[in-house]
Design a protein around this ligand. Sequence first.
Ligand code: MGD
Ligand code: MGD
Ligand code: SF4
Ligand code: MO
Length: 704
Amino acid sequence: MNVMDRNLGERLAEIKGAKMIKSFCYTCPWQCPTEVFVRDDKIVYQKGNPEAPNNIGSRCAKGMASWYVSKDPDRLKYPMLRTNAKGEPGQFKRISWDEAFEFIAKKLKEIADHWGPESVALTCHHDPNTVFYHHLLKDLYGSPNMYAHTSGCEQDRRSACLDLFGHVFPMHDFANSKYVMLWGMNNLGANQGLWESRALMEAKAKGCRLVVIDPNFTETAQKADEWVPIQPGTDGALALAMCKTIIDEKLYDEAFVSSHCEGFTGFQDHLSEKGYTPEWAEDICGIDAERIKRLAREFATTKPSMSAIFKGSGYYTNGHDAGRACYILDAICGEVDKPGNINLKDWAPLGAPVNIPETAIKQPEKEPLHVAMGYPLAPDLPNSRLPDAVINGHPYPIKAWFVHASNPVMSDPNRERVQEMFKNLELAVSLELYMSETSLECDIVLPETSFHEQAEIRQGMWLGPEVILCQPVVEPVGEAKPAYEIVKGIAQKMGWGHHFPYEKWEDWGEVAMKDIPMTLGELKEKGFWAGEVRYNRVPEGLPTASGKIEIYSKNYENAGLNPYPEYTDRTVIPDDEYPLQVTHSKLSMHCNIVTQNNPYLMEVCGENWVEINSIDAAKYGIRDGERCIIESPKDNIEILAKVVEGLVPGCISIRHGHGFGHWAMGSTAKGKGAHSNNLMDTHTNPVTGANCYNECKVRIRQAI
Ligand SMILES: Nc1nc2c(c(=O)[nH]1)N[C@H]1C(S)=C(S)[C@@H](COP(=O)(O)OP(=O)(O)OC[C@H]3O[C@@H](n4cnc5c(=O)[nH]c(N)nc54)[C@H](O)[C@@H]3O)O[C@H]1N2
Ligand SMILES: Nc1nc2c(c(=O)[nH]1)N[C@H]1C(S)=C(S)[C@@H](COP(=O)(O)OP(=O)(O)OC[C@H]3O[C@@H](n4cnc5c(=O)[nH]c(N)nc54)[C@H](O)[C@@H]3O)O[C@H]1N2
Ligand code: SF4
Ligand SMILES: [Mo]
């Protein structure tokens, strides 16, 4: 959008008599800063905040259409209590907030008395103000089990980043790069903040070479200089073979590795001992050895460069070492945290919004669940193992689960097992906008306000440290409450109400902002605070055991694993009976399982589909635009087929979103598309605890 268009948008909003409020969008996890124009309690126009560094004045279709969430008649309006037995389709009655708080507080006290506070867990995806639940359930109640959703998302990448760089979430400085190698990262289809996609395309226009390694000719691959169609689950082999070429041909950065990398010489020996040559990788990856060598040489000799992953190399039982190998390419070429590299971003000094005094903080007696489960290196809960704790009490019993802004019945693998787990919980609380499939399995469902109806202050997803503010722009739907009010209500019933003394969001907002060089008033005017973008932090020392980039991982050594990345086959390999390998990717017009009740987005993309190569389509009688049946050893689904040329034969790609009863009570979403997560069994990455959605073999036939 150019400046004229922007002014036109603003002028139109003014003509409509709207008030502009700075906020951010939380339809997807990338939280673009926005300007929201409101009149008569209705959002009449929205656009990106043009001053924010991680925006460019624009928003994606999902963000533009998000106003609908604040008026969706299918939203939850009241607290709802289950009235029938678990395991049957949930029936609910409306209750008051006071009854809801009383019910939860009573159960929490009983569970603490019988099982200990450690038997309560919380998980979230979107984490809108989840921190308040942490203050209640972790600090005051004493559960160590406050988790997010990462094992269903970029857990393998996160684990690789932590091991090598001690950094939880590096960003990408595409704008300054001359060579970008993306391993199954589909920025233009699954956008990770619009500014990153824009920066990538602008860099490309200035001559940056873009190489996309992906079994699928994705939206990003279509814009690339080179698409490398890789066999699924084999990125580790390709990256290790590229490392070997770079080292054998002495194309690595000798000064950088000797000063800043731990274990380079050992790695060199490891590659030789294992025989990780391009010739070895050729058949595994389906990419010929000469091409592997050329890619390695190009990557090592074009600077600045970046080898970046998100989830493509993950979702497999070998994803942990694949991720490490992809990042070791950056490390040996000295391409870490310089302009044009992956960026070890600084975080803003944002404080906790609630100060619980030390004396009131309850120390848990048991170790956190992921450690007790035998996943000490997992950056988050291996949530496909949660049913073991709930159903079998292993490693210790989990009796209550708070599910915040997440729909694990739809999002985790092996849906039946997830549903089975709910039957065994003494307390399951859904904190939601909708009566989702997960809400339907819970004992109590609490309606939260959406990001249009509440305040939030968060870390921004940008290269530099950044704080972003979301402001309430319209009235809450029904009796929906923001997280702070819900936590306060439960805390009062538990006798901890005095820890939550604030009457309005600005009060806790000021507490959180105390170390940020900007007042809350200024933040409300501007919508964000941004600090300086820094580079070259590697020589300052990294928060790893050695202070260096750990090619030799001390963490792996301590866990009894090979400190250097190895290549192992994934566990599920197609065979004669189930000859096709499942992979997944996202839909550009939807976010996960969040947007399918939005009629505007559904008009553009009303269902999800499976992509299949024309060779396989001919072999199995699948026709473009018609329905097919996908069968795994475990379940089957009927789904729309798209026959494409750009997909590795032997592999299908299911676009994720839609399906099942989704939403259980959403009139637009219901019955549209197909849900694939019950096709796969529970496979968990043995080191990171990631869900292995792509460890799934299937056969396909035409639907009759
Ligand atoms: N429009 C839109 N944007 C989104 C989301 C959304 O749902 N829709 N979701 C958001 C979230 S939660 C996330 S985590 C990010 C996800 O961002 P990405 O990880 O970039 O998105 P996916 O589409 O899941 O991409 C996975 C890619 O990996 C490829 N792949 C599969 N197997 C392999 C393999 O073995 N090797 C390689 N190299 N590639 C492989 C798939 O073909 C696919 O293109 O996107 C975020 N943004
Ligand atoms: N097969 C397959 N499975 C996948 C994926 C895949 O590509 N393929 N992708 C995986 C990835 S990357 C991820 S991140 C996970 C995500 O899976 P989940 O953790 O389930 O998260 P979402 O699907 O983003 O959102 C789920 C719920 O959040 C609710 N919600 C949205 N905004 C708010 C809010 O402000 N407040 C509250 N209280 N609720 C809100 C929505 O109503 C929705 O029901 O799924 C994973 N599952
Ligand atoms: S990229 Fe995500 S946060 Fe940004 S406008 Fe789109 S949906 Fe909203
Ligand atoms: Mo994700």
